[in-house]
Design a protein around this ligand. Structure first.
Ligand code: PMP
Length: 405
């Protein structure tokens, strides 16, 4: 670290200001909830009963996301199909907010990050983790440097730049290549730390391998779902990008509901379906050298892998089944959810919903299935949604369209 007198004065001043603001908010929060002088006519009790007190900073909008029953899919199957609205996490608007917060907390508590010291968080990401890290970096006193494959939707890199992160769109390369986006982020973090002329240190966030990833879902997403379904659930379905969500949530739910069925939703071109079904990563059609690029060959962004990661492996034995979802199925599902429910989601959420639908049909009426709505369709307008097309007031997508595509 390279502290000078000016840094210390600024840091000290900022610390005092933040402490005063936090204390005022805390006092306001506790006086709101306990004061008997508050005129009851100002806030109707039906409203205040359900609202939490003011939170401190954007971090306080992470977690405790709503769980909704998807009406159309529940009616169509006779099951209750729940969707956890992770796109409502308030920093980066995806489940990655939980992971980014967990990674930063872990690094701070082990002395690998110090706020306002010039420390920079480096990550290789297809987008969502980068957006959550870039947002929280701002909130917690760090810089963010994000490396992402150049074939991902521009909405994400544009947003990262607006959040003040350094963004590199890297030509897709195999994971064994040092120019692969994940390797590049790791190397840049190391170089930052080793460079005595650069302020602060570099932290490689390492979402694919770090325990802080699945732990965020084991401690947050999983327990929340369990509580929201009142401890009654027959299946949990999710895709895997790092595997953190599927592993962490499955680990928690299986500890409470040993009979629950945990199902991987896998997009076309990913090797994980075969890993779950047959214990091997690749299908003959997906073997190395036959795919068009190293990233999974699909329009879907955020899920699917052609290599195993520690976050996937840690929960692999808990995954009972896998469902392969084609791009065409995901596009029909995205249309169906807008046409019938007004739910506008991105490609990985559409894959999750196709697999949740198929799981419900396998289980039969009367069962309950939970899945994840990861991010909004707004983050996928130029790529996935440009292929899904306009809805134009129509309601004509059928279940057969989704199941047979
Ligand atoms: N959906 C989106 C949009 C994502 O970006 C990701 C993470 N890459 C996932 C789903 C999958 O989450 P996980 O990394 O926990 O498997």
């Amino acid at each position: 670290m390279h502290w000078n007198t000016r840094d210390i004065i600024i840091g000290f001043g900022a610390g005092i200001t933040v402490a005063i603001v936090i204390e005022r908010l805390r006092q306001r929060g506790s006086s709101r909830s306990t004061s008997t002088r508050q005129p009851t006519s100002v806030v109707p009790s039906s409203v205040s009963k359900h609202l939490p007190p003011p939170g401190i900073g954007i971090e306080s909008t992470i977690g405790h996301t709503p769980l909704i029953i998807v009406k159309s899919l529940s009616q169509a199957t006779g099951c209750t199909i729940y969707a956890k609205c992770e796109f409502l996490n308030g920093a980066g608007n995806s489940p990655k907010d939980r992971v980014a917060q967990s990674i930063i907390n872990d690094a701070e508590s082990t002395g690998r990050l110090t706020p306002y010291s010039g420390d920079t968080i480096y990550e290789g990401t297809v987008g969502s983790t980068g957006i959550s890290l870039a947002t929280l970096a701002r909130a917690r006193g760090y810089q963010a440097h994000i490396c992402m494959p150049s074939d991902q939707a521009h909405e994400k890199s544009d947003l990262l730049a607006k959040l003040g992160a350094v963004v590199e769109r890297v030509t897709p390369a195999p994971i064994v290549d040092q120019s692969h986006f994940v390797n590049r982020a790791r190397n840049l973090a190391r170089a930052h730390t080793e460079d005595a002329n650069t302020r602060g240190r570099g932290l490689f966030a390492d979402q694919f391998e770090t325990e802080a990833n699945w732990q965020a879902h084991y401690q947050g997403t999983g327990p929340e779902i369990f509580e929201q379904v009142n401890g009654k659930l027959d299946a949990f379905v999710a895709g895997a990008g790092t595997g953190g969500t599927l592993s962490g949530v499955s680990m928690f739910l299986k500890s409470r509901l040993p009979m629950i069925r945990c199902v991987l939703a896998d997009p076309q071109g990913s090797g994980l379906y075969n890993k779950v079904k047959h214990g091997v990563m690749f299908h003959s059609l997906e073997r190395e050298g036959t795919r068009r690029r190293d990233q999974v060959d699909t329009i879907v962004e955020g899920i699917g892998l052609t290599r195993s990661t520690r976050n996937f492996e840690v929960g692999r034995d808990l995954v009972d089944d896998a469902i392969k979802v084609t791009d065409a199925q995901a596009k029909h599902m995205a249309r169906w959810l807008v046409e019938n429910d007004g739910i506008f989601i991105g490609s990985s959420s559409a894959v999750n919903c196709v697999a949740a639908l198929e799981t419900a049909l396998q289980l039969g009426p009367g069962h309950s299935v939970a899945t994840i709505l990861c991010d909004s369709g707004m983050r996928h307008l130029s790529k996935f949604w440009s292929q899904v097309g306009g809805i134009g007031g129509e309601a004509k997508t059928t279940l057969e369209d989704i199941l047979q595509a």
